[in-house]
Design a protein around this ligand. Structure first.
Ligand SMILES: *Cc1c(COP(=O)(O)O)cnc(C)c1O
Ligand code: SF4
Length: 384
């Protein structure tokens, strides 16, 4: 007996498909549509490009013009086609099209919200925790997320990681035997060619103390076509390799993304999701649950839920922490614990990730601990 096929697309994504905008590319043959180079070449970069897909508001048009110098706009046709033409509250649109709020600084905004420069021993390496480093290998991404925490560097050609910088990063890792885990990040490392990635991952693999490599990429969301069979094979040559990605909304849960995540899992590449809690996009437990159970079906494990940090011009995305905690409380219990991420705040100034956990414990003394379960019912347990 064969098991019934699981849906490749999330139910919410399916409901909204009718309003998606692929129709303007209806004459593009599937071979081109599924070719990541075509997707890269045909990215939408101007208000005129976007007007073919969505009806822009006056504010969006102004924001596109005024943010152009600060943080580039680009959308792959694939990602743009997930937007609703007329819905200004669309969760994809909010992530990819500038809004005037970006132009209004908030007094709490910081230039370098995570103190990355302070923990940067050489350009391109952040070494904050004892056994692992972040290694920035490019400043490019297929889609520039308006909520990007690294927007001061990402998209800026003057911060491009040249050959020398990559070499210096590798030298630093070679010289630090305590580094057993390297997060290859950017920008989006999958914007490098397969040849360059293969070389870079190979160079890391040559370092005996580097045990684990983590590839941090949003391509499964913004350009799932990037992972051809040959690319997945190349990545799998560098095991143990993990992939961290960034799904935020059910509209991103498409058959194309599902196939990519499954192809990676089939070659033993464990995928984990790092969602960012974003006002108006996913600040609702039902939405997060929907994305996370879909991810599990594709064998991608929800890992972190990030509180938006204090980067310049993204304060309109911030969700109150109390609300984030309520969402976490609503996740734990009704769905598999596998679908429950760890909610963290990356502490301003470089304190690292700090878990935010709803208060389940009500009191603890020498005798007993009292707490409430996911349904709010009280229980006790001997405290020792
Ligand atoms: C998030 C992060 C890591 C990885 O943290 P994990 O909790 O191990 O996933 C490493 N270095 C820096 C600077 C980070 O911000
Ligand atoms: S893909 Fe990542 S690095 Fe690139 S813009 Fe989005 S959040 Fe920033």
């Amino acid at each position: 007996m064969t098991a019934p096929a699981l849906p490749e697309e999330s139910p919410i994504a399916r409901d909204v498909r009718g309003s998606s905008s692929r129709s303007i590319w209806a004459d593009v043959p599937d071979e081109l549509w599924n070719d990541w180079r075509w997707q890269q070449r045909n990215r939408l970069r101007t208000a005129e490009d976007l007007e073919r897909v969505v009806t822009l508001s006056e504010g969006e048009r102004r924001a596109i013009a005024e943010t152009a110098g600060a943080f580039r706009m680009a959308l792959t046709p694939y990602y743009a086609a997930l937007m609703a033409r007329e819905d200004p509250a669309c969760g994809i649109r909010a992530q990819a099209i500038p809004r005037v709020d970006e132009l209004t600084p908030n007094p709490t905004d910081l230039d370098d919200p995570l103190g990355e420069e302070r923990f940067m021993p050489v350009p391109g390496i952040t070494h904050r925790y004892p056994d692992r480093v972040l290694f920035y290998v490019t400043h490019n991404c297929p889609v520039y997320c308006r909520h990007c925490t690294r927007k001061r560097k990402v998209s800026d050609p003057t911060s491009a990681a040249g050959h020398d910088q990559l070499g210096a990063g590798l030298d630093y890792i070679r010289a630090h035997p305590e580094v057993r885990d390297v997060l290859v990040s950017g920008g989006d490392p999958m914007t490098l060619s397969d040849e360059r990635l293969d070389q870079l991952l190979g160079a890391l693999r040559q370092i005996p103390h580097v045990e684990v490599i983590r590839l941090c990429t949003r391509n499964p969301v913004t350009l799932p076509q990037r992972f051809s069979a040959a690319t997945v094979e190349m990545l799998a040559r560098h095991h143990p390799l993990f992939l961290h990605t960034h799904f935020n909304h059910p509209r991103e849960c498409t058959p194309e993304a599902a196939r990519t995540l499954r192809a990676l899992a089939d070659r033993g590449i464990n995928c984990a999701n790092q969602m960012v809690l974003l006002a108006g996009v996913n600040d609702d437990a039902r939405i997060i649950r929907e994305v996370n159970v879909w991810l599990l079906r594709q064998r991608c494990r929800p890992y972190y839920l990030f509180q938006a940090d204090l980067a310049q011009g993204i304060s309109h995305f911030r969700v109150p922490v109390a609300r984030g905690l309520e969402i976490m409380r609503a996740l734990r219990g009704p769905v598999s614990g596998m679908a429950v991420p760890t909610y963290v705040i990356d502490a301003p100034g470089g304190g690292g990730k700090i878990p935010m956990v709803p208060a389940y414990v009500e009191s603890i003394d020498d005798e007993s601990v009292t707490f409430r379960n996911w349904q709010g019912l009280p229980y006790t347990y001997p405290s020792r």
